[in-house]
Ligand binder design. Structure first.
Ligand code: 5RP
Length: 218
């Protein structure tokens, strides 16, 4: 089983703060850098472009959880050529199709990730695959202070049986990585547990080493 990738969620309010975190060496430790919803909301679409200019070869996520106006919203973010772009599961399927089409029209290989919040069904997962979306991100809300419940872990397990790449996020830290042991998780996203650590690079390494310890190197 391939080890999950480690993604850093940059939900800083300013690019300066985001670069402060990255320049500690965290940028070299994590597999993927996420231009977070908070950062894009605060600093605008330029975030993805600036991050791409700074990291031409790094995997980048533009996480703006597109809900509507698929072509225009995707277009704004695709200027920065992210590897991944997020859409929220509540969006109309026509919005999802518009995002996928905009990527095709621009000749990009950007993949769409479906952000799972609130109500969605496993039947929809199958429809999203037909639309061309092959990744889901299961969220444990940042506003939910309690940890991941057994019920949420069961949902992760069921998603993993649906032949779709599964990413998990929300309140994940060194200790909670173990909850996903034995599951073919595509990516683990950590934001606050790395960014707010006293020594972010050491914490990022510790989390990555824990992933390798559980899943192996590859
Ligand atoms: C919220 C997000 C966050 O970036 C993601 O969930 C990371 O959260 P945390 O800081 O708890 O690790 O997408 O919209």
């Amino acid at each position: 089983m391939k080890r999950p990738l480690l993604q850093l969620a940059l939900d800083e309010l300013s690019l300066d703060h985001a670069f402060e975190v990255l320049s500690t060496g965290v940028d070299e430790v994590v597999d993927i850098i996420e231009c977070g919803t908070v950062l894009i909301g605060s600093e605008g679409r330029k975030v993805v472009q600036i991050m791409r200019d700074r990291y031409p070869d790094k995997k980048l996520v533009a996480d703006f959880k597109i809900a509507d106006s698929g072509k225009v919203m995707a277009g704004m973010l695709l200027d920065g050529r992210p590897d991944y772009l997020t859409v929220i599961c509540a969006a109309n399927q026509k919005t999802m199709k518009a995002v996928v089409q905009e990527i095709k029209d621009r000749g990009l290989n950007t993949e769409v990730q479906m952000e799972l919040y609130g109500n969605w069904t496993f039947e929809e997962v199958e429809i999203w695959k037909q639309i061309g979306i092959h990744q889901v991100v299961l969220h444990h809300s940042v506003d939910e202070p309690s940890g991941w419940s057994q019920r949420e872990i069961e949902v992760v397990k069921k998603l993993c049986d649906h032949d779709i790449q599964v990413t998990v996020t929300g309140g994940i830290n060194y200790d909670s990585i173990e909850l996903f042991k034995g599951l073919p998780i595509f990516c683990i996203i950590a934001g606050r547990s790395i960014r707010t650590a006293e020594d972010p690079v050491t914490e990022a390494k510790r989390i990555k080493d824990r992933i390798i310890e559980i899943w192996g190197k590859d």
